[in-house]
Design a protein around this ligand. Structure first.
Ligand SMILES: Cc1cc2nc3c(=O)[nH]c(=O)nc-3n(C[C@H](O)[C@H](O)[C@H](O)COP(=O)(O)OP(=O)(O)OC[C@H]3O[C@@H](n4cnc5c(N)ncnc54)[C@H](O)[C@@H]3O)c2cc1C
Length: 344
């Protein structure tokens, strides 16, 4: 049985894929009936005491219900649980309760307006990459989301989870950052606030979200004319591995093919994603010629502050960051040129 199959079975065992399966009346042999807890009396949602733990499961159907549940101490949200469950299994301190965001319609919706895309934070990444219009407009972000784990992982994994797990190697984060993505956060007082994606992770496993807050949506403005992105990563294995370097680049061209705007973001080379203004400056005004690409690559390498571990040395990560920056810039430039003046 593959890793994800085991994960999915474990997930179904622990928190259940369906709310009905978690009602005390239909508890199977492995799921005990609930006792009184500090969380009792909250909205009637799926709830179970889990086998061998005191972990409980809630499945609110509205943002407001979720905010109410998160007012209780030591309560944690999840979407796909593709990080949460392995971490619990690995012995990370358990919360008292998990709040499933996937039953809230707004969190699993993908909408496109004239101005922006609005992606529910718990939307399975497979649903996003299957969206042809989105993938055509943001091929780099779609390819980053499409690199997360396997098909099975992507049937559950979300952009909100990838971001808020706050791994420096999270694939979608550099790609979201070069596209200027923002998150809408539900706050503990029942309101919302909006922040740039790059301001969410503050270090490995840490975010700027306050207790009781969670991400509702990710917003990405519609791509301007002759603008395209690309995401490339290096992994030691051919599949199912974590980036030792990930690079997102987005460029905008004028009608003559000259770069008028550029964004470069590096993953897995520092505690949080690194924007590289010197690489962006080298690309802007160029036609993505060799000289400009060489300066951008050197700037990307210079911006790295990576760890040295069995998966990649500091020297290796630093070198690869430059190589991938050059390649991603070329791909983004080709894609932008192919748009041939079409707005999207
Ligand atoms: C086999 C396997 C392979 C993987 N490969 C990759 C890979 O190649 N690249 C990669 O980047 N990742 C990879 N991952 C990690 C994981 O799949 C991704 O990080 C995924 O995007 C997490 O999404 P999720 O919805 O499952 O997050 P969850 O596990 O549900 O949550 C992750 C964290 O984010 C928090 N969270 C979730 N949603 C929200 C929200 N809306 N607001 C606030 N906090 C929230 C949770 O509390 C938790 O701390 C892999 C995982 C597995 C098991």
């Amino acid at each position: 049985m593959g890793t994800l199959s085991r994960l999915a079975r474990r997930l179904a065992d622990l928190v259940g894929a369906h709310r009905a399966a978690l009602q005390p009346a239909v508890c199977g042999p492995g799921i005990a009936k609930l006792g009184a807890t500090p969380l009792d009396g909250l909205p009637s949602v799926g709830l179970a005491r889990l086998r061998g733990t005191h972990l409980k499961y809630f499945a609110p159907s509205t943002v407001e219900e979720a905010v109410g549940l998160l007012a209780q101490p030591n309560t944690k949200v999840f979407a796909g649980a593709t990080d949460v469950i392995p971490q619990i299994r690995a012995g990370r301190p358990e919360p008292d309760a998990l709040v499933d965001l996937k039953k809230i319609d707004r969190l699993i919706a993908v909408q496109c307006t004239d101005a922006k895309w609005i992606i529910g934070a718990a939307t399975p990444t497979a649903r996003l990459t299957a969206n042809a219009e989105f993938s055509a407009e943001f091929p780099g972000l779609a390819e980053a989301a499409g690199l997360i784990g396997s098909d099975q992982v992507q049937s559950r994994s979300s952009l909100g989870g990838n971001l808020c797990n706050a791994s420096p190697a999270a694939d979608s984060v550099p790609a979201m950052i070069v596209n200027g993505a923002r998150v809408v956060i539900a706050t503990a007082n029942g309101g919302t606030r909006s922040v740039a994606v790059q301001d969410v992770p503050t270090g490995p496993g840490r975010t700027s979200l306050a207790p009781g807050e969670f991400v509702v949506e990710i917003e990405v403005d519609r791509a301007p004319a002759r603008t395209a992105d690309a995401y490339l990563r290096m992994i030691p294995r051919t599949e199912m591995d974590i980036a030792v370097v990930g690079v997102g680049v987005r460029v905008t061209l004028d009608e003559s093919g000259k770069v008028t705007d550029a964004l470069v973001a590096l993953g897995a080379v520092a505690p949080t994603v690194v924007r590289v203004p010197a690489a962006e400056a080298a690309l802007i005004g160029s036609t993505l010629d060799d000289a400009a690409l060489a300066v951008a690559a050197a700037a990307a390498s210079a911006a790295c502050n990576p760890i040295d571990d069995k998966r990649g040395t500091i020297a290796y990560r630093t070198h690869v960051a430059g190589v991938l920056t050059r390649r991603a810039a070329v791909i983004a430039g080709q894609r932008a040129a192919e748009k041939n003046g079409a707005s999207r």
